[in-house]
Design a protein around this ligand. Structure first.
Ligand code: PMP
Ligand code: GLN
Length: 393
């Protein structure tokens, strides 16, 4: 046996332990608590799409390495989806790259586009893989914090502008936003686009919750704004829209030059992935409008069950305009520390949630906020809400 004073984990990853999602799902397993932590649905997506995967597998489509960019059927379907919903035209052979979920699309974008020392501005609280991937790429993250303002978390455009320096290379945007549920408005996105153009910044925009917007809120892709097509990598995923998080089918769309950069990293991460599932997702993307409308209506009803229940239980609730998460403030319950609260919640009330503090550079800024997922069956949400109402103060 040898021992070494040098830590095994390298310096770039030293600050990142086990992801909060793995930790909290393990806690749910261990305690038998209802898992409203990690965001995954407890029902699978459409049967026809599942069957399409089985058919592809049986027919021997995708059982061997698919093409590096993704199978043509899926690339064509992704391009058609961007045209159908946003009137964005893409060349499926040069401007679409299939990835192992949005997670790999994000990693490959940052690894393929950043030089060491480049500054990346990310909206805080940010999805946990952003910080790790910026670090792996040798970049420097510069958070711009969304703050509670009139019942939701909002971006301060002046703060964003001030955060841009000569070293800023890239804006990393996420709308609809995990964990706050904020959907950036057309005006906010226009201002972000103008800033990116004025300062000649690249933009990576994570739009995995694009179809989960409620109450008439609209999702507008950043790539649709003037001057943005040539500087934006747009990231999507089948995980959220079709409720198949385990399939890991995501994608990046951008100009050929940007896709080449992303692909140069992606080819050495997974090379290719999810063969038969790619054919199934191609079919899913072509589902009629009614699928998307029903999915949204269903999720919106679930959101109402959870937000109403959380309010009754005494939480301050920030009503989400998008995603399948709701952020709460626990201070009205007499609590201050979201991390301690989430660690004790399974014992106290049989529910698992996620402390938003882990999504902040300065955890203090997110200390009283706790995220609950509502992508669960209604009976599960009803039971969770009943348990939370018994929470002793
Ligand atoms: N981005 C955001 C904002 C997410 O919430 C998630 C997790 N679901 C991902 C990316 C990762 O997506 P995927 O499962 O497709 O890798
Ligand atoms: N995106 C999901 C969430 O925010 C979890 C994905 C993961 O576990 N990495 O809960």
């Amino acid at each position: 046996m040898t021992s070494s004073a040098r830590p095994r984990r390298n310096r770039r990853l030293a600050e990142f332990g086990t992801t909060i999602f793995a930790e909290m799902s393990a806690l749910a397993e261990r305690t038998g608590a209802i898992n409203l932590g990690q965001g995954f649905p407890d029902t699978d997506g459409p049967e026809t799409v599942r069957e399409a995967a089985v058919r592809a597998l049986r027919d021997g489509r995708g059982n061997q390495y698919p093409p590096g960019l993704g199978v043509p059927e899926l690339r064509t379907a992704i391009a058609a989806h961007q045209q159908r919903w946003y009137a964005l035209s893409l060349d499926p052979d040069r401007e679409v790259l299939v990835t192992a979920g949005a997670t790999e699309a994000l990693a490959a974008s940052l690894l393929g586009l950043l030089e060491p020392g480049d500054e990346v501005i990310a909206l805080e609280p940010y999805y946990d893989s952003y910080a790790a991937c910026i670090a792996m790429a040798g970049g420097r993250r510069v958070p711009v914090t969304l703050r509670p303002n009139g019942g939701s978390f909002r971006l301060d455009l002046d703060e964003l502008q001030t955060a841009v320096t000569n070293r800023t290379r890239l804006l990393l945007v996420n709308t609809p936003h995990n964990p706050t549920g904020t959907v950036l408005t057309r005006e906010e996105l226009k201002a972000i686009a103008e800033l990116a153009v004025a300062r000649d910044l690249l933009v990576v925009t994570d739009e995995v919750y694009e179809h989960l917007v409620f109450d008439g809120a609209e999702h507008v892709p950043l790539a649709a704004f003037p001057g943005m097509r040539e500087r934006t990598v747009t990231i999507g995923s089948a995980a959220k829209t079709f409720s198949f998080t385990g399939w890991k089918v995501g994608w990046a769309t951008a100009t050929p030059e940007l896709i080449d950069a992303v692909r140069s990293a992606k080819q050495f991460l997974t090379f290719v992935c999810s063969g038969p599932f790619q054919y199934a997702v191609a079919e899913a993307l072509a589902l009629p409008d009614s699928y998307f409308a029903d999915f949204r209506a269903d999720m919106s009803a679930k959101r109402d069950v959870l937000t109403t229940g959380l309010r009754r239980a005494g939480f301050q609730v920030f009503d989400p305009a998008g995603t399948y998460f709701v952020t709460t403030d626990i201070r009205p319950l007499g609590e201050v520390d979201g991390t301690a609260f989430c660690r004790s919640l399974p014992e106290r009330s049989g529910v698992v949630a996620i402390p938003n503090a882990v999504f902040y550079d300065q955890p203090k800024a997110g200390e009283p906020f706790v995220r609950f997922a509502f992508c669960k069956r209604k009976d599960v949400l009803d039971e969770a809400v009943a348990r939370l109402q018994r929470l002793t103060r």
